[in-house]
Design a protein around this ligand. Structure first.
Ligand SMILES: Nc1nc2c(c(=O)[nH]1)N[C@H]1C(S)=C(S)[C@@H](COP(=O)(O)O)O[C@H]1N2
Ligand SMILES: [Mo]
Length: 394
């Protein structure tokens, strides 16, 4: 794009139009950060007034941005609706949570990661040592493989991480005699749970860890990791589902290629696009996030006396850039191109928006599609990320 010189002007223009729109519902000041990267949006909504937004229906009613449950059962669903291209990093207190720290965790005590198994000799990697090699690792998205309608699609977040490359640490400390490595964390809970199996262990090959630029994170959003998010150290595997991002890492075990799949790998097999539930860890496909997209809010506007809607959404996952994103309202309508969309990175998420004037009131299922045959979109194509709104006014 050669329009970079133009961008600030467009942005200012939009901001002014939003601000002069006058009435903002409480909480909507967050939206003033909206920018326009295409002209369609400006044309369609310039001078208009943002009236509010439609809630998604048919989803769980659990609260957003607050912790529900304790210990193994603790969850936090992130409210995605206020995010904009300018404000898209999830604050640590609002970063999704899948399993809180055990009361038995003592991260303030000296902590080390045991490198064991098929290595020349066992070694311990002290977290203090790791901290001295900590570097900024940038923004990365994490999504739970169980991010669904039942969790209000709130188990997906983006943070700014710092840590050290796990492969570099392994190379510096140990001489593994194998390609296969199991990473485990501290999952010792005093109470059992009805809904969650304690323990998270995942097997990787060293080349998978290298290719994904996996790192041992000690900081998130400029601060030491919080207890619930893995203090003192967690694994982050960019582009892979959250279930592989082991928290409270305490062991790296080198195993032979016949190691059995961990219980976590088996539990999540279906959600990480495996074929069946393979017995051996080596038979698992990398648990990478397929290309996906969904709406995060549907804004209602009053523009020159007419009601108009704007669907704003995110696009994430995958490893190739999407050229065309398509949107459909209800199964009866045709797919059309999303009118404000440009894809420049697979990690973290990108934003898109689409001006929408429904012809009648009613319930609309909003579905996205990517038709490029080389881009895998299994979950998206299954209707997994369809979200529904009810339009009462046109
Ligand atoms: N030790 C350990 N690590 C874990 C888990 C766990 O239960 N124990 N849950 C995993 C799952 S399923 C997800 S989605 C992510 C969630 O990380 P978060 O709670 O920091 O968002 O952590 C992963 N790492
Ligand atoms: Mo997860």
């Amino acid at each position: 794009m050669n329009g970079s010189a133009e961008k600030p002007n467009r942005r200012d223009f939009l901001r002014t139009s939003l601000l002069s729109g006058g009435v903002f519902l409480s909480g909507f000041d967050k939206l003033t950060g909206l920018t326009a990267s295409g002209s369609t949006r400006i044309d369609a909504f310039a001078g208009g007034q943002l009236l509010g937004s439609l809630g998604f229906i048919g989803e769980n009613r659990a609260p957003l941005n607050s912790i529900i449950g304790v210990g193994l059962d603790a969850r936090l669903y992130t409210d995605l609706s206020p995010f904009t291209p300018e404000r898209h990093v999830t604050r640590t207190e609002e970063f999704y949570l899948r399993t809180g720290a055990s009361e038995r965790l003592e991260p303030q005590k000296p902590w080390s990661i045991q490198l064991r198994g098929l290595v020349e000799r066992p070694v311990d990697l002290a977290v203090d040592e790791l901290r001295s090699s900590t570097k900024p690792m940038g923004l990365h998205l994490m999504e739970c493989s169980g991010n669904a309608r039942a969790t209000r699609f709130g188990m997906i977040s983006v943070a700014d991480w710092a840590g050290a490359s796990i492969c570099a640490m392994i190379e510096a400390k140990a001489k593994p005699r194998t390609e296969h490595v199991i990473i485990s964390g501290f999952d010792d809970y005093p109470k059992s749970s009805m809904t969650s199996v304690p323990g998270a262990e995942w097997m990787f090959t060293l080349s998978q860890l290298k290719a994904s630029k996996a790192f041992l994170a000690t900081e998130m959003n400029g601060q030491a990791l919080s207890r619930d998010h893995g203090r003192p150290v967690r694994l982050v595997v960019p582009g892979w589902y959250g279930c592989t991002c082991i928290k409270w890492v305490n062991a790296v075990t080198f195993t032979d290629e016949n190691a059995a799949a961990t219980s976590q790998m088996q539990e999540f097999a279906a959600r990480t696009h495996q074929q069946g539930v393979p017995k051996l860890a080596r038979d698992y496909r990398p648990a990478t996030i397929d290309q996906a997209a969904m709406p995060i809010r549907v804004e209602k506007w009053l523009v020159r006396g007419k009601i108009k809607y704007r669907v704003v959404g995110i696009l994430w996952g995958g490893s190739q850039l999407v050229k065309t994103l398509e949107i459909r309202f209800n199964p009866e309508e045709d797919y059309m191109r999303v009118d404000d969309f440009s894809h420049t990175t697979n990690d973290p998420w990108s934003f898109w928006s689409h001006a929408w004037t429904p012809k009648t009131v009613g319930t609309y299922m909003i579905r996205l599609r990517v038709t490029d045959p080389i881009i895998e979109t299994k979950r998206l194509d299954s209707g997994y990320y369809v979200r529904t709104v009810e339009v009462r006014e046109i």
